[in-house]
Design a protein around this ligand. Structure first.
Ligand code: FAD
Length: 310
């Protein structure tokens, strides 16, 4: 059995594995896709102390750093069920999709999240070529340009307010007949001179010139007329979905599916910790996920030295 078993191989999981292994305890990491969301990222300019890097490069460095230690890496393995220890000090079990079962004295869940997509023509083709999901990450790339934000919930309206301070113009497109964001955010948004708000708009296509985004098409849901907006960037803000479906009913999740953790990364199940985008910790970013992953590993170590194995 492992002392610490990490599920998920993104920034949070890699940090957790390194911090655990540095304590000289038996550490394993199982990940569906080592690298996580970082693999889908092009330029990264807010990984502090590294002015610029690229996702695949950072993902390879994460894996290499884990390999510097005695960590059992199980890549391309999807966890399907978590079975809490039957008694304090007992072993927690994680069942994998391949039928195998892993046992550990502590488990760190770091399965991350995924951005909900529009699923319209052009979105895949122009991802990272104008189609973006993270305003904190990619906003500055569109300085002085025209962008759209898709989604009028809190995250969409926050993104539009944030971007309006950087870009030339923001078109916010909401599917519903009204924005769903908090009133105070809506008021702020409406006060900005370079924002156009479209409600009852369904984005139907991302347009591009083969290399980058040049516009989008949306349908007015009242009447069905199609409109084209010329722009350079599209920020999709229609939801971040935690990869926690497999944990439902086992540990406490919020209604949105985020794993509830305390300040030490402890979940509702003793010996089970969590870190990164899959949790309730606000602001989903690489440096935050790394900090939370190391914190969860230190908490797991603290748990181990205080518990008596059975
Ligand atoms: P993830 O990176 O999502 O990793 C989750 C891991 O868990 C993966 O290995 C996955 O395969 C695995 N997994 C999931 N389910 C299971 C399962 N059931 N069993 C086993 N393994 C599982 N942040 C920045 O700070 N700067 C940026 O510039 C930036 N740009 C971004 C650009 C894009 C396009 C995207 C999508 C995100 C960007 N982010 C950026 C956000 C950043 O990538 C995330 O905050 C960060 O990767 C979260 O790390 P994590 O380890 O919590 O989760």
């Amino acid at each position: 059995a492992f002392d610490v078993l990490v599920i998920g191989g993104g920034p949070a999981g890699a940090s957790a594995a390194i911090y655990a292994a540095r304590k000289g305890i038996r550490t394993g990491i199982a990940a569906e896709r080592f690298g996580g969301q970082v693999l889908d990222t092009m330029g990264i300019e807010n990984f502090i102390s590294v002015s610029h890097t690229e996702g695949p490069k950072l993902a390879a460095a994460l894996e290499q750093h884990v390999k510097d230690y005695d960590v059992d890496i199980m890549n391309l393995q999807r966890a399907e069920a978590l079975i809490p220890a039957a008694q304090p000090g007992g072993l927690t079990e994680v069942r994998l999709a391949n039928g195998a079962s892993l046992k550990a004295r502590t488990v760190i869940l770091s399965t991350g999240a995924r951005w909900r997509q529009m699923n319209v023509p052009g979105e895949d083709e122009y991802r990272n070529k104008g189609v973006a999901y993270c305003p904190h990450c990619d906003g500055p790339l569109f300085k002085g340009k025209r962008v759209a934000v898709i989604g009028g919930g809190n995250s969409g309206v926050e993104a539009a307010i944030d971007l309006a301070g950087i870009v030339a113009h923001v078109t916010l497109i909401e599917f519903d007949s009204q924005l769903r964001a908090d009133e105070v955010l809506q008021r702020k948004l409406r006060s900005l001179p370079n924002v156009t708000i479209v409600t009852s708009g369904l984005t139907t296509e991302v347009l591009g010139d083969g290399n980058k985004v040049t516009g989008l098409v949306y349908k007015d849901r009242n009447g069905g007329a199609l409109h084209t907006v010329e722009l350079e960037g599209i920020f999709v803000q229609i939801g971040l979905v935690p990869n926690t479906e497999w944990l439902k009913g086992t540990i406490a999740l919020t209604p949105r599916g985020e794993i509830e953790v305390d300040a030490r990364g402890q979940t509702s199940v003793p010996g089970v910790f969590a870190a990164g985008d899959a949790t309730t910790v606000p602001y989903k970013q690489i440096v935050i996920a790394m900090g939370e992953g190391s914190k969860a590993a230190l908490s797991a170590f603290d748990f181990l030295i205080r518990s008596v194995p059975v």
